[in-house]
Design a protein around this ligand. Structure first.
Ligand code: MG
Length: 259
């Protein structure tokens, strides 16, 4: 049917009326203000570069504050097992050092989180490539954010500091010199699996190294394997594991905010 001028006018008028009904009577500055819910108050940690570092904010789970390594147990093989073997990493002057006895695993399990930690590769440079200041942060005991002394020390770029090991090359290399304190701030969302164990959604990770963005909301394909492809194995919450790779790497100010 061909619309007449009057029916066109009527439909236009109806549309205008419909939109007009969605509009608030009168917009004021206050009508677009939202007051609730009020975000919780969090007292931030104290930041002091190369002295005390960044201490935990008030709502964090403190995993190491320089006093003792009671939140940790020994772990071998970078697997999130239920080890209860005591950790034998030495704690000296507020720092815990990786040792060849084992890797270190948290007693507590985590899902989505914000993680902060500080690390120090040996000031006395020994070895090169992957053999220099190597450790690692295994998110949920499975996905390694590499720790390495990459200051004037080239290696394969998908295995350098700031990489998701053998999966994601860092966006930059903001390494400090050997022996200087460096920081990781990591925002992590755990993967989601179906009941039959199929990955429905990968883990996502954002990483800042020394305040510089090195991984920007990167999907983790699966476990970070030394040899071969990532494996997708269903899991729920998991621990943090700090790797022993034969180099004494120091750690301090390790804390998590569960999300
Ligand atoms: Mg490593």
């Amino acid at each position: 049917m061909k619309k007449t001028t009057s029916t066109l006018f009527l439909s236009f008028a109806a549309t205008t009326l419909a939109f007009a009904q969605l509009e608030p009577a009168k917009q004021t500055p206050q009508s677009s203000e939202i007051w609730e819910p009020v975000p919780p108050i969090v007292t931030p940690g104290v930041f002091s570069a190369n002295t005390a570092g960044t201490t935990a904010p008030s709502d964090a789970v403190v995993l190491f504050d320089g006093k003792n390594a009671d939140a940790w147990v020994a772990n071998k093989g970078y697997n999130p097992t239920n080890s209860t073997a005591p950790l034998q990493w030495p704690v000296r002057d507020g720092v815990m050092y990786s040792s060849k006895t084992s890797s270190a695993m948290t007693k507590q399990q985590f899902g989505d989180m914000q993680l902060h930690l500080e690390f120090q590769t040996p000031s006395k440079v020994e070895g090169n490539g992957q053999g220099r200041g190597n450790s690692g942060v295994f998110l949920q005991g499975r996905y390694e954010v590499q720790v390495l002394d990459n200051y004037e020390n080239p290696t394969y770029v998908n295995g350098m500091v700031g990489s998701i090991y053998k999966q994601a090359i860092p966006l930059a290399n903001p390494s400090r010199k050997p022996g200087e304190w460096q920081s990781y701030d990591i925002i992590y969302t755990q993967p989601k699996f179906s009941k039959s164990g199929v990955m429905l959604e990968p883990a996502y990770v954002t990483v800042l190294l020394n305040g510089v963005l090195v991984q920007n909301h990167v999907a983790i394909k699966g476990t970070t394997e030394y040899i071969g492809y990532p494996k997708q194995v269903a899991h729920d919450k998991g621990p943090l594991i700090l790797q022993d790779h034969g180099n004494p790497v120091g750690f301090r100010n390790i804390w998590v905010r569960e999300l």
